[in-house]
Design a protein around this ligand. Sequence first.
Ligand SMILES: [Zn+2]
Length: 221
Amino acid sequence: MFVGHYAAAFAGRAASVAVPLWVLFFGVQFVDFLWAGFILTGIEEARVVDGFVEASNLDLHHMPYTHSLVGSLFWSVIFAAGYVLIARPQNWKLAALLTGGAVFSHWLTDLIVHVPDLPLVYGEPKVGFGLWRSLLWSQALEVTILLAGTIWFVRRTVPNGIVGRLSPWLLLGVLLVMQLVSHLPAEELPSIQAFAVQALIAFTVPVLIAALVDATRAAKP
Ligand SMILES: [Zn+2]
């Protein structure tokens, strides 16, 4: 899953102003940031296989550290603790819940689309409901939850000016374009290393635009 993960970030920010949107945007992809780094350093392994499943060209056969249930819980705690220590939020328990929940939401939403490649601990058994086997239904799900999250966020916040009126829709538009581009048929598929580098860029851009949204919208009084 790619842009569907951001639904949880929008929802977290709509539910509470305790944590900025950009931090939640970072959080929901935190294990995929790590995954890209672990692929580049050889700690985890994957292969690009044309048509592996209808909606993904990735054979994600070894990613126990970032995408196991236990690993995800570990990174959720690390991220939440890191945020609380660095940002020192007033309501640290709520902030920890939101940031940790954002990180862990990644595993739960990946679970829906991945084929059984998500370990519970390390190696077998691996789980995944496999919605990626259908391009149509996996994309319908991702776009629907992203739209729902965006709309909830927009309703719970108010713009500080014209930029604030447009910024959430700019963010949504960029996400939808990136999702579309990532599923266009390619002449030549990238190596897994090139894919990891592209992924790092694709995960960083939304964080930056989310910071613009933070700066241009405020919580509803
Ligand atoms: Zn993932």
